[in-house]
Design a binder for this molecule. Sequence first.
Ligand code: AMP
Length: 290
Amino acid sequence: MKIIKSVYDMQQTRLQLHDKRIGFVPTMGYLHEGHTSLMKKATQENDLVVSSIFVNPLQFGENEDFSTYPRDEEHDITLAKENGVDILFLPDTSAMYPSKMSLIMQTVRRTDVLCGKSRPGHFDGVLTVLSKLFNIVQPQHVYFGLKDAQQVAVVDGLITDLNFPVKLIGLPTIREESGLAKSSRNVYLTEEEKVEAMYIYKALQHGQSLVRNGEHNPEKIIEETKQMIQTKTNGVIDYIEILHYPLLEPITSLQHNDLTILAIAVQFEHARLIDNLIFDSTGNIIEELR
Ligand code: AMP
């Protein structure tokens, strides 16, 4: 595995690989099975896999966890190597943002809900860094986890609106045995909170089972989901929403042919956790999007 730290070197390397099909897995590091599942899939579907590790300051709000975001470069290098990554792009902040930007990117759709609502500016930062990374790496395929389903929806908008010649692939959420979605931020949960946090997934499953049993009223599903989280955890619910996917627009009934997302964010003492299920109008879960 080749490690590249400079933007120039990454671009030169990409130029020399002009005839190769490149799969790209952007990450913020502190890798776990969620990330490595993307890497593995990318190795199956491409000639070469590039992954990046960059904790992007632009997507963190002032009071968020940029400085304390977990980092472990050595472990990440080992995991990336073991999971088939050919090139690991590890730029530092000055490589990605050498001078003050002359332009800003601003989302106007798909971000006034869910995490976009509680983290203003977050997705503007995500789109900025991904646009830069897409231009630097020039992949044919880019792999994201549906755990961050709003991110997938926003990137779908980016690729469409700016005509990036890249195919977006959204892959299943990888979970602990308890059902808790794997996340770099899980290290900040106490043992007690870890037990409570599994009820986020249980609540999502309960919501989905209501749809399977014919419930089409989003408010009812949200109410029952909320009750489970409130009775089983000490976390503070940031949001529970049911929206059209990937447009992330409100829906009044689940009786339509499009996809729906039930998404939850819960703030525990030192970690804010998110999770979701995407399903069709009969409640069948959609695990992968292409
Ligand atoms: P991050 O390092 O948190 O920015 O995540 C990098 C990529 O890994 C994103 O596409 C995430 O959606 C994906 N990812 C993170 N956790 C999981 C998980 N538990 N299952 C599947 N994908 C994940």
